[in-house]
Write a protein that binds this ligand. Structure first.
Ligand SMILES: C[S@@+](CC[C@H](N)C(=O)[O-])C[C@H]1O[C@@H](n2cnc3c(N)ncnc32)[C@H](O)[C@@H]1O
Length: 336
């Protein structure tokens, strides 16, 4: 797992843009939902085609400022909503038929560079990591959560081998003074048994805390469920992920709802599985060598998409069960 954005990068490049556009085909017009507006890379491209409309969502209110310029240029064709995408089902769609719903997960370069957000291990000051509309910050997590809980967060959301040791040192050190960003980096560096020369020692722990602070797993799970509920037949859901946990969730969701298991004709009718999605590509689409050269942060990106082919109620129970341990870990936040 690698950090999505490298600190040295200067300009924002929307990841896998051409591939996404060829999947959702805005050249034929239609209504789209961009669940992760960010700096508007995807939305701008969609709006360049006439007869398109975009509902742009972002949990970061700062994205609303970027959408203002597009609102001037494209008048009634863009509507920005400062909400979390897990709540996409609460949008008032006024019977609009949505052609595609897109997600480009993680955070943007602007957010990475924002000194107040402290998303990077190069940041100085209080721990934060809030992307927007959060209930708590990284400061509360690192300074208050139980050692055992921190260990699980580091292990499951960061795949960190030294999770136990790092959690113990945090617990010991925070007795004397609050742990800020740089202190956390020092704790991680001093606790690691082996130095990794490919990525910074703090990358995995920072990723894990960011996922926890923003409840990124629950957001993705409920985002997918609710997008499936609101998109109509023939609509497309497309998701760009940046690390293995996200990709595993998206892959399972699309695959499990698109593969009818062979069922016995003697089974009661209600047990026969209907497919909700059709998958065109079984494998994830990844950036070309050229894109990675131009934008190294795209190297871990994976794009998966599915076409809705049928309506079905109560399709989510197996999906929720499959990832219930990860949702449970995110719910440790109730202890804060
Ligand atoms: C990688 S950026 C998107 C970049 C965008 N595609 C572009 O080209 O400019 C991810 C954006 O998603 C937003 N985001 C992350 N999780 C979210 C959530 N659960 N609900 C709404 N927005 C979210 C972040 O605030 C960030 O602005």
């Amino acid at each position: 797992m690698i950090a999505t954005i490298l600190p040295e990068q200067k300009k924002h490049h929307p990841v896998l843009l051409q591939e996404l556009i060829s999947i959702i085909s805005p050249q034929y017009g239609g209504k789209f939902i961009d669940c992760t507006f960010g700096q508007g890379g995807y939305t701008k491209k969609i709006l360049e085609f006439s007869n398109t409309e975009v509902i742009a969502i972002d949990r970061d209110a700062n994205s609303g400022k970027i959408s203002k310029n597009l609102e001037k240029k494209y008048k009634n064709r863009i509507l920005f909503k400062n909400i979390k995408f897990s709540e996409i089902n609460k949008l008032n769609l006024n019977k609009k038929k949505i052609k595609a719903i897109v997600f480009d997960l993680g955070y943007s370069l602007n957010q990475m560079k924002d000194p107040n957000k402290c998303l990077s291990f190069n940041s100085i000051g209080e721990l934060n990591m809030k992307l927007g509309l959060n209930e708590f910050s990284a400061k509360e997590v690192v300074n208050n959560l139980d050692k055992k809980d921190l260990e699980k967060i580091f292990k499951y959301f960061g795949n960190e081998k030294d999770a136990k040791k790092i959690a113990s040192v945090i617990e010991r050190e925070r007795v004397n003074e609050n742990i800020d960003t740089q202190k956390l980096v020092k704790i991680i560096e001093s606790s690691k048994r082996k130095k990794n020369y490919k990525i910074h020692s703090a990358t995995k722990i920072f990723q894990a805390i960011r996922i926890f602070v923003n409840k990124e797993i629950s957001e993705l799970i409920y985002g997918l469920i609710n997008a499936t509920k609101i998109i109509e037949k023939d609509g497309i859901i497309a998701v760009v992920t940046f690390h293995s946990i996200e990709d595993k969730i998206v892959k399972y969701f699309f695959k499990s709802l698109s593969e009818a298991k062979s069922v016995s004709r003697y089974l009661p009718k209600q047990n026969i599985k209907t497919n909700i999605f059709k998958l065109i590509n079984k494998k994830a689409i990844i950036p070309t060598y050229k894109e990675v050269q131009k934008n190294p942060t795209s190297r871990s990106a994976k794009l998966r998409f599915a076409i809705k082919i049928a309506e079905k109620n109560n399709f989510e129970s197996d999906f929720l069960e499959k990832f219930k341990n990860l949702i449970e870990i995110e719910n440790y936040s109730a202890k804060l």
